[in-house]
Structures are given as C-alpha cells and as structure tokens.
Design a protein around this ligand. Sequence first.
Ligand code: ADP
Ligand code: MG
Length: 379
Amino acid sequence: MAEVKYSIEEKMKKKQILVVEDERIAAEDIKMSLHRLGYAVSGAAISGKEAVKKAEDLQPDLVLMDIVLVGEMDGIEASALIRSRFDIPIVYLTAYADKKMLERAKVTEPFGYILKPFDDKELCSILEIALYKHKMERKLKKTQQELIQSEKLAALGRFSSGIAHEIKNPLGIILGGSEFLEMKLSRVDPEIKTAIKKIKESTFRADRIVKDLLKFSRPSILKTERIDPNGLIRETLSLFKYRTPLIEIKIKTHFAKEKMFLEIDKSQMQQVFFNLLLNAIESMPNGGLLMIKTYKMAPSEFSFAKKLCVIEIADTGEGISKKNLQKIFEPFFTTKREIKGTGLGLSMSKMLVNNHNGDLVIESKPGKGTTAKIILPFC
Ligand SMILES: Nc1ncnc2c1ncn2[C@@H]1O[C@H](COP(=O)(O)OP(=O)(O)O)[C@@H](O)[C@H]1O
Ligand SMILES: [Mg+2]
C-alpha cells in the first residue's frame, strides 16, 4: 500500500521539542544543546500544568520533561496526561533516579530517560531513537486499524452477499404493491396518499442500501486497463451535470500537464470518484468551490512504487470534526440522516483504492472544507 504520511518537506523540517524544566539556567542549557543538535525548541514550560497546556497548543514532536517541577503536578503526572491526550512522546531528563521514581515514570511509557548531567551525543541518540520509535508506533497503530477495518469489510461482504438478494425480492413486491395501492386509493383520501408516499420512499432507501451492500460482496477481481485519470474524472463529473445543487457550486480543475496513464479498473475507480464528488457536493448545500487536482508525487520511504499519481478532490464545505474523522471509513457511519446517506461511500471507496495498491486519505478542517486524496501507483 502506498504510504504518504511523511513527505520530503516533513522529513527536512526540524523536529519541534517542548522543554519542561523549572530551573532557568538548566533550561537555557538544554535549549542550547537542542539548537546545536539541529532541533527546534517550540516552547518551554516550568510547571506540569503549563506543560500540558503547551503540549496541546504547540503539538510538538517530543517533550523533554524534568520530573521534579514547581507547582502541584510533577513531570510524571504531566507526562501521563500528555501521553493519553495527545499521543506525543516523552523523554525524561532528570537529576534523580531513585527506584520508586523510576517505577512511577515507567508507567507513563516514556520513550527515553536521560540522567543529568548529560552530553550532546547522549541527548541526540536518545532523542533520535525516541522519535523513530514513536513514528514506528504510529505506523503500527495505523496498520492495525486498517487490518481491523478490512476484516470488518470482509465480514460485511460475506454477510451482505447472503442476505442482500433475499431482501431485494420482498422489496420489489412492497414497491409494486404500494404503486398498485397508490393507483387505486390515492384519489380517495389525501392521508392515504401521504402514507403510500412514505412507504415508497422508505422502500427506495432500503433498496439503495441493498444495492450498496451488493457492491461490497462482489468479487474484487480487477479488470484493469490503461486509463487517463483526467479523462475519467471529466466523464464522472458529467454525471453530476443535471443535479440542481451544482448550480451554486463552482468547479475548478487543475490537471497535471503531462499525459498520465494508470492501470486501473475503470468502473471501480469511477465509483470512487463518484462517491468522493458526491460527498464534496453534499457538504456544500449553500454552494462553494469544488477543486479537482491531479499531480505526480515522489513515493515515500515506505513505498515500492516508482511514482505516485495523486487525485485530489477538495471542497469548501462544512468539514469533518476531529471525532468524526476517526469514524468516516467505518461501514454505515453517516451524519446524513436527513438526506438519507448510507454511510458506505467512503468505506467502499477505501476498499476499492486499496485493491489497486493505493490509498485514500481524507483531510479536513471543520468549517473550512475537506480534501480527499486518492493515491495510486503508476505501473
Ligand atoms: N467532503 C466531505 N465533507 C464533509 N463531510 C464528509 C465529506 N465526506 C465524507 N464526510 C463525512 O463522512 C461520512 C461518511 O461518508 P460516506 O461513507 O460517503 O457516507 P454517506 O455520504 O452516505 O454519509 C458522511 O456522513 C460525512 O459525515
Ligand atoms: Mg457519501
């Protein structure tokens, strides 16, 4: 799978360290060492409380934490809070190392422990190992989550193929029956007309869910062909031409100049584009800007692909809250009760892109907008 987390700029960027130390001279000493070693000091704190607040505000790459601090909260308590709330690695830097303290510190799962006085070499090696360990831990967590997700999807596929066909037939009969009743009775009583309308609407909704479920259960054999992604996006966009909301939505495209070709399954990828474009449009009920970009990207250190193609679909819609962002790839997760979303669009799109050895990443700023990135390897 294409790994996109660490761009070249990110790798070149200096790592930001938050220094927590209540002795002014010691703090200055540490800062100087960090600068000499090529790190950036994003901030400094003298108490546990201040450390937690600054960790939240500054989101540093690592916290260098003294254990004995002024105020009620010591470094160990502050570390426990920072670890659990913000997933930032901690390295303790302290002059004391009695057994009891070490035991307490251990529980907060520090990424390193440095005893004062220290030298630059020691500091550098411990920080580098801590940053690397944390990066790997994050990667492992992400892989674990993806595994759980794909297990869930596989189970859903097996489950849905079993029942979707069974449900389709009775749904057809309900729909046929209500149409018959509509014809016979709706002129007699307006209340009956409304009731029948509701039955029909709900039946259509159930039918849509069943159809989406069936797509999950289809065998994922790819019928790939050489396709220009820009052309396929244009084709998919034209499917939205007659949807009224588009009137207020401005569409801009910024396609890569050079010719690009991908080995992809046309109908599967079109389905992905469709789902993402639909989500973008649905997020802008009062209009906005839909920006579609395609470009080439160098692979990250984790990828085997020679070059990657990125297809970006960005909207200026309502965005997604941090809490919801963790759930959007779960099958059936939807916030669109009123417009009857099924919550299958993103989970299915992710599965389809993964089947192409690619990845689908969603970034969002609540109130500002959302960007979906499809990353596919060139063959
Ligand atoms: N472009 C977007 N802007 C805002 N929210 C989005 C966007 N794309 C997805 N979401 C959120 O993710 C949820 C899941 O999306 P999806 O799987 O496509 O299901 P559905 O669109 O049927 O709700 C949506 O209900 C919405 O809350
Ligand atoms: Mg959707």
